[in-house]
Design a protein around this ligand. Structure first.
Ligand code: FNR
Length: 204
């Protein structure tokens, strides 16, 4: 049986008691997604001073610039949650050596209009899982390129790249391989430390 992540969804997320609120989402809409499984593992492996909310990109329409001054409700909700979060966690597949259209579409919506780019100054961490031998590494580098224009602050290490995902994630959608769990734990620790540092000493 799959873990229910709905309990992790809060009403918009605010830092409480010095904790770090992380908004996580997957670049896959698939119910049995390996990348959604990485997010569920992240929820289990969080440092104790962090909270993870998970947002599903289902329902975000194709980007249309005609609508950017009157955003669809689902996009407004997404932007509100990004703004409320201290940090972002993205788990994405690689499609045709790049990021899935669903993910790029969501990124584009939340970056608009330019004076209201919700990503600006957000610390961010990436994970990827793939059925293949590269584990989504090429998608991670394309995503990092987007972060430059979006003015986000990614952490570099560890690179959580999960190759041959069916060997490490079971049919219940649980990450079973201990080394992968350890990488996710380290990634989250680094994201929380980086986010705390940026809160104390903003870059601009
Ligand atoms: C893929 N897949 C894939 N894998 C990879 O390592 N490199 C790639 O370039 C691609 N390209 C690709 C394109 C498309 C359109 C699909 C549907 C799939 C395979 C991919 O790793 C696999 O389907 C994963 O299971 C997708 O992730 P989720 O949905 O399980 O999170």
């Amino acid at each position: 049986m799959r873990l229910d992540v709905s309990a992790l969804l809060s009403d918009g997320g605010q830092s409480v008691n010095g904790s770090v609120t992380i908004l996580g989402f997957a670049g896959s809409l698939r119910k049995e997604s390996y990348n959604k499984a990485l997010l569920r593992a992240a929820a289990e492996l969080l440092p104790k001073d962090a909270v993870l909310e998970i947002f599903d990109l289902e329902g975000i329409p194709p980007f249309n610039q005609d609508l950017e001054d009157n955003l669809p409700e689902r996009v407004r909700d997404f932007k509100t949650r990004i703004r409320a979060a201290d940090a972002i966690l993205i788990a994405t597949p690689e499609y045709n050596y790049s990021i899935p259209g669903v993910l790029k579409n969501a990124i584009d919506w939340a970056s608009r209009p330019p004076k209201d780019n919700a990503w600006r100054n957000k610390p961010v961490a990436i994970m990827s899982a793939s059925t293949g031998m590269m584990g989504g590494a090429r998608a991670q580098y394309h995503l990092r390129q987007c972060f430059v224009f979006l003015d986000m602050h990614p952490i570099n290490k560890p690179e959580v790249v999960v190759a041959y995902a069916p060997q490490k994630i079971d049919t219940d959608g649980r990450v079973t391989e201990e080394q992968t769990r350890e990488h996710i734990r380290n990634l989250l620790e680094n994201l929380v430390a980086w986010t705390t540092r940026l809160k104390e000493e903003p870059l601009c």
